[in-house]
Write a protein that binds this ligand. Sequence first.
Ligand SMILES: *Cc1c(COP(=O)(O)O)cnc(C)c1O
Length: 424
Amino acid sequence: MVIELLEKAKGLDRDDELKAFKDEFYIKEGQIYLDGNSLGLLSKRAENETLKALASWKEYGIDGWTEGDHPWFTLSEKLGETSAPLIGAEKNEVVVTGSITANLHQMIASFYHPNEEKNEILADELNFPSDLYAIQSQLELKGFDPAVYLKKVPSQDGQTILLDSIKSSITEKTALVLLPSVLYRSGQLLPIKEIVEYAHRYSAIVGFDLAHSIGAVPHKLHEWNVDFAVWCNYKYVNSGPGGTGGLYVHQKHHGKMPGLKGWFGSAKEKQFDMEHTFSPAGDAGAYQIGTPHVLSSAPLAGSLSIFEEAGIHRIREKSLQQTDFLLEVIDYLLGDYQFKVVTPQNHSERGGHIALEHPAAASICKALKNRNVIPDFRSPNLIRLAPAPLYTTYRELYEAVLLLKDIMESKEYEQHGNTRNIIA
Ligand SMILES: *Cc1c(COP(=O)(O)O)cnc(C)c1O
């Protein structure tokens, strides 16, 4: 059976339509990198675009704002247009700017308008801390106590969220619903369309954090009538550490005043009039605040060109096939070692990674790293394994699990402390 799985991996690699993209990435010899859901690897195209941005600065100085391949003045909007197919948005609904947390502040400041009757924000109890911090501050700024006005959808099992729980948490008091598309721990994909439909019946605004779905899962944000979304580009989109994030605002909201004004949100033709009255752009660009982070946005141009060629639907197809294969190998090889898969089996509920619960998760991750397999640990007991369809092979998945089995069998992991390092 082990041999059959290896043969199966080889066959899947042979037939893989996306296999050529692997050569475009910098992958360390002998390493199996399964952490593309935390920080995607560098591609040659991303590197090249970064070098080009530096060359523009070298060549043009201040004129780089309007000269060169990617004039900086319109860079955020142009990159937004190129990102739009990844999330199923119209071109003018997307802008590349900020980080998830900064963009969330902007979105909540723009779309949370509490009154006597409608004033609650609904998130979920498994949410990423920074998203909750942003909600808390925005409530506080409006004079609403987060202990009362921030509601969290409960989880039945500590790993996933039921659509029914979301529905029963939405009431006439709900002003804003803010959820992740994919839960960062278990990798559960939420039914975005159904959530939006239901919340809109209560006239709530609905926003999503796409951190763990952009670049892995296709979306139809415009068609599904999602009000706003935010994401980072340094995970599956491979735009590098601190790479500029993105935001989406549905066209029906365009032309409104953003909650947080800044001159780069101005209508382009007005920005340099230097008037003291703010004239917002008529599209998602209005939600920018200050000068774009040009050097942190540059790699994205290269990375997005890979996504354009590969196509998000083919990426999703491979991602599901890879997580299916990973589950199969885990099931076969790790049955004796107390691992519990907490990622949903159902394709329609699965994001891009597989999460395994184990009491010794921290030491197991250290042992894996020691063997040149890069997983990701989330406290207190979770191992996340993310195949990146653009550069992970089936063979690597097979070998990673085989190494994991060896680490368990030999109890090699016991040589490492079961506590997290600073990052993971
Ligand atoms: C990665 C991640 C973040 C990080 O936010 P930044 O502001 O980009 O640092 C926030 N929320 C979720 C759900 C994430 O997965």
